[in-house]
Design a protein around this ligand. Structure first.
Ligand code: WQD
Length: 342
């Protein structure tokens, strides 16, 4: 079945990356169906996407561990491909409640693949993470870099799912699967209508910076100032969430080439430190962002960033938006929506 023969099921479609993907999918003429268990999101994001695009999106509050619920969605809609964003993703929580993480991410994905197979749907895009590379043997990470030395259960769930997908493709030739390894998504849709809306305290750097800028939080805690990096703070590859979302459109096109299993990094290849991100955001919002350097966070790596050249070569995808775009769009979203979707 070609990807264009039916609609795309977007698991985790109410989440940060998922909701931005909905916009680019609809803009590219795809029909979508959303499944989300709302464990770290609300359907406010999907409502906004419908308002922005003038299109209605069938939306299901369903947990992937509820296989019957997933089957019902496949029975109701002609699904031709799946983009699987849904995942628990808080690194710290995954250390505290590993069984919950393994059940949700692994069992959820296996159920989804089972139901896909029952319905003859073999086009699959998986949201993986740069975290699967673990301790860098060299940088930038390319797709050939060894994987599996992850430092936490969250990372291992991504790695194990990658292994499952590889075994599945080797055993059953019908499958076309693209694994996308995300680096650090940041920013928001340039309209300011959708953005990252974490429930509770944000774990990631950029939403923390934005909440300090709006006065919601007092200061940014810089987690480590003594790394072996130019300014002592952690260095990452931040990419605009709309660029990241667009990568999925290119991946869908690739699936239609009957590509078997492919793996691509989605990053910019440009490393930035925590202090550089704070300075860039200060410039955008015109305010001082107070910060305090504290202890390192357990399991954090000093530096990692992508070699994104394979995605450029094979998917014709390249991150186009700059650090300034990320900061401006995040600031617009945060100032227009200080209470997220509420
Ligand atoms: C970035 C940098 C921190 C918070 C994690 C996952 C990854 C991906 C994104 C899923 C680091 C520093 C952070 C803060 C800080 N997946 N920092 N103060 O850890 O690179 O990646 O999230 O969602 O798989 O591992 O992202 O944004 O947490 O941290 O100084 O309050 O900012 O130490 O150097 P990370 P991050």
């Amino acid at each position: 079945m070609s990807v264009r023969d039916g609609c795309i099921l977007v698991t985790g479609g109410a989440g940060y990356v998922g909701s931005h993907a909905l916009v680019v999918l609809l803009e590219a003429g795809y029909s979508v169906v959303v499944l989300d268990n709302l464990s770290n999101s609300t359907f406010g994001s999907v409502t906004r996407v419908q308002e922005m695009t003038g299109q209605s999106i069938p939306t299901y509050n369903c947990d992937l561990c509820d296989k019957k619920g997933v089957e019902d969605i496949f029975s109701k809609h002609k699904i031709s491909g799946v983009i699987h964003f849904a995942s628990l993703k808080a690194v710290g929580m995954s250390v505290e409640i590993p069984l919950v993480y393994y059940r949700q991410n692994l069992v959820g994905t296996i159920n989804l693949l089972d139901v896909m197979k029952e319905h003859g749907v073999y086009n699959f895009i998986f949201s993986s993470s740069a975290t699967v590379y673990g301790d860098p043997k060299y940088l930038p990470y390319d797709e050939k870099h060894p994987t599996g030395s992850c430092t936490n259960p969250y990372g291992r769930t991504k790695y194990f799912i990658e292994c499952i997908l590889r075994d599945l493709c080797a055993a059953e030739k019908e499958w076309n699967i693209i694994i996308l390894r995300y680096f650090n998504p940041a920013g928001a849709h340039p309209s300011g209508i959708i953005g990252e809306a974490p429930i509770g305290d944000p774990h990631n750097l950029m939403p923390n910076i934005a909440q300090v800028a709006t006065g919601k939080r007092k200061e940014v805690l810089v987690l480590g100032g003594d790394y072996d990096t130019p300014d002592g703070t952690g260095v990452r590859d931040y990419l605009h969430v709309v660029d990241l979302a667009s990568g999925h459109i290119e991946a869908l096109k690739k699936l239609d080439e009957k590509c078997g299993l492919k793996t691509y990094n989605l990053g910019t290849g440009k490393p930035h430190s925590v202090l550089e991100m704070i300075k860039a955001f200060e410039k955008t919002c015109g305010k001082k962002i107070p910060y305090r350097i504290v202890e390192r966070r357990a399991g954090d790596l000093p530096t990692f960033y992508a070699d994104p050249s394979l995605a450029h070569k094979e998917l014709n995808w390249k991150a186009e938006r700059s650090l300034q775009h990320m900061c401006e769009d995040l600031w617009r979203w945060q100032s227009m929506n200080p209470n997220n979707y509420n």
